[in-house]
Design a protein around this ligand. Structure first.
Ligand code: AMP
Ligand code: MG
Length: 401
């Protein structure tokens, strides 16, 4: 077991026990929000054939050089219809948006720029080749257009459909168990006895787990008891990974740490970050287990800087297009922000976009029990150890979503 690791080392160590990646093939109709397991190449040319970008007339540009040329209409090209007749000199074909170009035509005149009289059309405006959408100008058959690890969100879904995918191979959602520990915790909405508080961490962690493309399995919070903890961890090790909250500090009742030390397998304990110093990582019955701190802010902060990147790396999420709960950005501090001695300092900040710049301010106090501060703020500084941030300075930060 390694004691007190820097942030990047903690991630490296935890990735020695990654989340198992499994894949499944699902119907395209159910693919919304899922994550591609493989890259996708197009089954078709897009567009499949030269077609018109406008409602109008397909013409030969050379016939329309003179003002008010009149052409004979030889047919109509409709989207989804049959291939229209070819046109010769002096002829035009009515064409709808998306309908195939007739052979012999090399330009389109918009319907607004024409006047029709029975089977004749007078050309009043420009004949443009630019109004033709060329076969495969977007994508050629066989071309790779979607990377593995991308979330199937609106445009990605639409492109997979455009490319002809009736089913997709996606990453099977890992099941991640969430367990809060602490004698003082009770379910929100129930009567509080003296000394009790409402349990909230498991809800926040479940939300983050789901946003990272996994299935959260929330267990009822449990008392600080070695026997109960052992039995529950045994049960939860049937899932793909376990997140616990609470019980990893130095206290006498910090039993997650104790049971992991005595009966589990700890890879590291304590990270050099503030807030969120006491987490541990290891395995219970071979399953990866993160012991997150109980302090509500700390548990979320550690998820953001450790668990989220661990999930993303384990499952091969695409950096830009995959599921994520934060984005790394550079921000300009609007006030001095104190760093932390020997530790990566994750101050809560509120990031806003102003005139092309991202500005960061702080509000409320930064206590690690103050969940209100995680709502008022929407970001975390990534101040390197022993580094203060000064007003006007550019610093790295996580913009939380
Ligand atoms: P612990 O890490 O168990 O020492 O807990 C640190 C602090 O966080 C204590 O004040 C706990 O009451 C609080 N806490 C622990 N777990 C939770 C939870 N699941 N929801 C809300 N507060 C918690
Ligand atoms: Mg506790």
């Amino acid at each position: 077991m390694v004691l007190g690791v820097q942030h990047d080392r903690a991630l490296e160590i935890s990735l020695a026990n990654p989340l198992a990646k499994k894949v499944e093939t699902i119907p395209f109709d159910h693919a919304n929000g899922r994550v591609l397991a493989t890259s996708l190449t197009s089954h078709v040319d897009d567009p499949r054939f030269d077609n018109s970008a406008m409602d109008g007339f397909a013409v030969r540009a050379s016939d329309c050089k003179q003002k008010l040329s009149t052409l004979i209409i030889v047919g109509t090209s409709q989207a989804g219809g049959e291939q229209p007749p070819a046109i010769g000199p002096g002829q035009a074909c009515k064409v709808m948006t998306g309908a195939p170009m007739p052979a012999g035509a090399d330009a389109i005149v918009m319907v607004e720029d024409t006047k029709t009289d029975q089977d004749r059309v007078t050309i009043l405006g420009p004949a443009r080749t630019g109004y033709i959408r060329r076969r495969a100008e977007n994508l050629a058959k066989g071309q790779e257009a979607l990377p593995a690890g991308a979330t199937l969100t609106s445009a990605v879904l639409a492109l997979a459909g455009t490319m002809g995918y009736g089913e997709v191979e996606v990453i099977k959602k890992p099941k991640i168990a969430i367990l809060s520990t602490g004698d003082e915790l009770v379910r929100p909405g129930t009567e509080l006895a003296p000394g009790q508080i409402y349990e909230s961490n498991s809800h926040a962690l479940a939300s983050l787990v789901e946003s990272m493309g996994c299935q959260a399995v929330r267990h009822e919070s449990m008392n600080d008891s070695m026997d109960e903890l052992r039995a529950t961890l045994d049960k939860l090790s049937g899932y793909d990974a376990i997140l616990t909250s609470g019980g990893v500090s130095m206290g006498e009742w910090d039993l997650v740490r104790r049971i992991m030390e005595e009966e589990g397998d700890i890879s590291f304990w304590k990270m050099k970050i503030r807030p969120g110093g006491p987490p541990l990582f290891g395995t219970w019955n071979e399953k990866p287990l993160f012991g997150l701190p109980g302090n509500p802010v700390s548990s979320l902060v550690v998820f953001h800087v450790l668990v989220a990147p661990w999930i993303a790396s384990s499952l091969g999420y695409h950096e830009e297009m995959g599921p994520r709960v934060s984005r790394r950005v550079s921000v300009i501090l609007e006030e001095d922000v104190a760093g932390a001695q020997g530790k990566l300092c994750l101050r809560r900040i509120r990031i806003r976009s102003d005139n092309g710049q991202l500005l960061a301010t702080t509000h409320t106090h930064q206590g690690s029990g103050n969940m209100h501060s995680m709502v008022v703020h929407n970001g975390l500084t990534l101040l390197p150890p022993d580094t203060d941030g000064k007003a006007g300075e550019v610093v790295e930060a996580l913009w939380l979503s």
